[in-house]
Design a protein around this ligand. Structure first.
Ligand code: XUL
Length: 534
């Protein structure tokens, strides 16, 4: 038995995230058999990053050194080897990267990648392979002018969203490429290929330039999410002949080829180990959570993030639609809400004496629908929707200046979840029989908050640990990549993964109460938006 287990196949999932490089190895039964990581700030101090990035003096430009990522991979593979991982068992590997970041390979780099010497580190050999040493990453917001130009060229923000799944965003790669071309033309001209962080990482394993996958490619404001090819109008508005620098995009489930001989000779990988297309961290998380049609994942953190599986997308001025990483015919959506935990903590302090216990008791002691009271709590300028301030309404839709503490606690929590549902539905999400709400993040440990979530969505709520979901999702995708071309669905391959835990089921009256309330909420939100519009 032991010998069989030791020889059994293993699948690796890497995650090149903002602050660290992580890996998990799963066996054929999806059990995690190894995990490891490299922290950029503390383990690679020579790059002097804080939180994995450099924030430039203008506070808008945020970059990460590309060689730090390469060196992190050298370090990580050495750690895995020292921990006794037998690389010859790895049948396939895949990975993810922070979305939107871009890497600029210098002319001649593809030759270097193809001829890597197994006696040397990757970082030694790739030192001269990048035309831009500091890569723009997702935290960058310095490309506002380029965003305006792209929207103008595409026929407006909504038109751009209809093509690419999102209106123009500063961090989206096309706008970063455009800015680089305008502000650092020499470095731009030196580039023979532009990768996303995900496809850059795949290129290291492949020993050749890896294609950008549809799903991460959707975070660039360049890909037409319906034809799944670069959009001519966006390419032209960004840079001439940009398609030559990007290469053709591929389905996220593609096998790109075998791992390069560098890894075979240096670490003992098997020559037939497949490299499956890498993707963005959010798409990889969706795979790690095994989100299915009808499911919605709600991450309750400093800001709240909502992930959705979408069949028929309706791109809007808010949120992002990406091609789905596990089913090429489907889509996923990502919505970000800035006023999450900090606002919940403020109301806990003001209305529940700073105690989560009292906060929970208020939720239990007030009825579903809060006797018609509704609140909007945008302590800081919200992303979804773009509004600011606290706005309270009584049962007759009239604005009120205050609510009793207990009613206020419920108004906040119901208001937050009604907003998550309203904006999800606007992007094409619909609750169907069998819908599950997957909750994660700090506030997901509070079962009374989750009960409200369950009631507002009229669906059962399950909790899930997301801390390694991008890595796990990458390992699952590696396994699926081997059989995807023969038509085996992703969910068939991951059906034995551990199930999330059921924590709340909806109250029988929930559907009736919140169907009505959602309509009122949408009307009142529109009123708030009109009042606060600059
Ligand atoms: C998504 C985004 C972030 C990064 C973080 O649009 O910008 O979630 O992917 O790694």
């Amino acid at each position: 038995m032991m010998a069989a287990a030791q020889d059994s196949p293993v699948y690796l999932g890497f995650d090149f995230s903002t602050q660290q490089l992580k890996v998990v190895a799963v066996d054929g039964n999806l059990n995690v058999v190894h995990h490891n990581n490299v922290q950029f700030d503390s383990e690679l101090p020579e790059f002097r990053t804080q939180g994995g990035v450099h924030i430039q003096a203008d506070k808008l430009t945020v970059t990460s050194p590309v060689l730090m990522w390469v060196k992190a991979l050298d370090l990580l593979l050495d750690k895995m080897k020292r921990a006794g991982l037998d690389f010859s068992r790895v049948r396939a590997l895949s990975g993810s990267g922070q979305q939107h970041g871009s890497v600029y390979w210098k002319r001649g780099a593809s030759e270097t990648l193809k001829q890597l010497d197994p006696d040397q580190d990757l970082s030694q050999q790739l030192q001269g392979s990048f035309s831009v040493a500091d890569c723009p990453v997702w935290m960058d917001s310095s490309s506002s002018q380029q965003c305006q130009d792209l929207q103008a060229a595409a026929g407006g923000a909504l038109r751009l969203a209809e093509i690419t799944g999102s209106r123009a965003y500063e961090r989206f790669t096309g706008n970063q490429i455009s800015k680089l071309r305008q502000t650092r033309p020499a470095e731009y001209r030196e580039a023979e290929r532009i990768s996303l962080v995900s496809s850059f990482a795949a290129s290291l394993f492949l020993g050749d330039y890896a294609a950008i996958d549809y799903s991460d490619g959707s975070g660039m404001n360049l890909l037409d999410i319906r034809t799944r090819d670069w959009s001519e109008v966006c390419l032209e508005a960004t840079a001439p002949h940009l398609d030559r620098l990007l290469g053709a995009p591929l389905p996220s489930t593609s096998v790109l080829g075998p791992v390069s001989s560098y890894f075979v000779r240096r670490y003992g990988f098997c020559g037939s180990c497949s490299v499956v297309a890498f993707t963005g961290d959010n798409p990889a998380s969706l795979a790690g959570m095994r989100l299915q049609q009808g499911d919605i994942a709600v991450s309750l953190g400093t800001s709240d993030t909502v992930f959705l599986w979408i069949q028929q997308p309706r791109p809007a001025l808010e949120g992002h639609i990406f091609c789905n990483p596990v089913d090429w015919q489907a889509y996923m959506a990502l919505l970000c809400f800035k006023n999450g935990s900090l606002t919940r903590e403020r109301i806990r302090n003001e209305c529940a004496g700073g105690s989560w216990e009292h906060f929970s008791a208020s939720l239990r002691d007030t009825p579903l629908g809060n006797t018609g009271h509704i609140g909007f709590y945008f302590d800081t300028m919200e992303i979804t929707p773009p509004a600011v301030g606290v706005h309270l309404f009584g049962p007759d839709d009239r604005a009120v200046s205050s609510l009793s503490p207990q009613v206020e606690v419920r108004a906040l929590v119901e208001g937050q979840f009604l907003s998550r549902r309203l904006h999800a539905e606007r992007l094409g999400y619909s609750i169907i029989p069998g819908t599950r709400v997957l909750a994660t993040g700090g506030a997901s440990s509070n079962t009374d908050i989750l009960q409200v979530l369950s009631d507002v969505f009229d669906a059962p709520v399950f909790t899930i640990d997301l801390s390694s979901s991008a890595c796990l999702g990458s390992a699952y995708r590696a396994l699926h990549g081997l059989v995807a071309e023969s038509g085996v669905p992703f969910f068939e391959v991951v059906k034995n993964a551990p199930e999330p835990q059921l924590v709340a089921t909806p109250h029988p009256a929930a559907q009736e109460v919140y169907k009505q309330m959602l309509k009122r909420f949408a009307r009142l939100e529109e009123r708030v938006l009109q009042q606060t519009r600059p």
